[in-house]
Design a binder for this molecule. Structure first.
Ligand code: SF4
Ligand code: SF4
Length: 195
């Protein structure tokens, strides 16, 4: 069966298209005059990834979870002598932490999985390069982006305190406070008997 009946009057599509054009022409333009005027981006925009090197323990989770395999990490082990300890401890020292932004798809998985808050989004987006190889940002460059990371949103006043805040409050209240709080029973309101 032909679908001519579904097409309606000849030229109907043209009229509908022109109607959309006319409607759009009468609307105010929303063109942003970048680069003359900086765009107002939401603070949590995904511009570039920043690295807080001192937080990174080289656990490799981000590199393993990255679907594009565009995080490159190298490290070596270092002995740390702890006074009083039976033997020296070992810690990982970061030698290389690169992200190739020519491959990155800005999914944010690396930031989500990092257990130590070493990776952060920043809204900075002006890092276009004429050479694609320059989109490989090393740990120094990733570290420089840290100054553009917006502060975290304020804590919800109605939300539960964080684990750290609860621990600090318990310590400030003194050693007996936790036991007293556990043993204290809520006052039971007895029904009035009229006697
Ligand atoms: S944002 Fe996604 S693609 Fe980019 S480095 Fe992180 S995990 Fe990989
Ligand atoms: S997941 Fe975080 S701590 Fe682990 S290697 Fe990546 S940035 Fe470093």
């Amino acid at each position: 069966m032909s679908d001519d009946g579904d097409r309606g009057l000849p030229g109907k599509g043209l009229v509908q298209g022109l109607a959309v054009t006319l409607k759009t022409m009468t609307k105010r333009s929303t063109t942003q005059q970048y680069p003359d005027v900086e765009p107002e981006l939401p603070p949590r925009s995904r511009g570039v990834i920043a690295l807080s090197e001192e937080n990174c323990t080289v656990c490799m989770l981000c590199a393993r979870e990255c679907p594009d395999w565009c995080i490159y990490i190298d490290s070596h082990k270092e002995e740390v002598v702890v006074p009083g300890a039976a033997r020296a401890r070992q810690r990982n020292v970061l030698d290389r932490f690169d992200i190739d932004f020519s491959l990155c798809m800005y999914c944010g998985i690396c930031i989500e999985v990092c257990p130590f808050d070493a990776l952060h989004w920043t809204p900075e987006f002006e890092y276009a390069e004429t050479d694609v190889l320059d989109l490989l940002h090393d740990k120094n460059r990733l570290g420089e982006w840290m100054r553009t990371v917006p502060p975290p949103p304020a804590h919800d006043v109605l939300g539960e305190p964080s684990k750290e805040e609860a621990t600090a409050a318990r310590k400030a209240a003194g050693p007996g406070a936790a036991t007293a709080a556990k043993t204290a029973r809520p006052a039971v309101k007895r029904p009035e008997t009229g006697r």
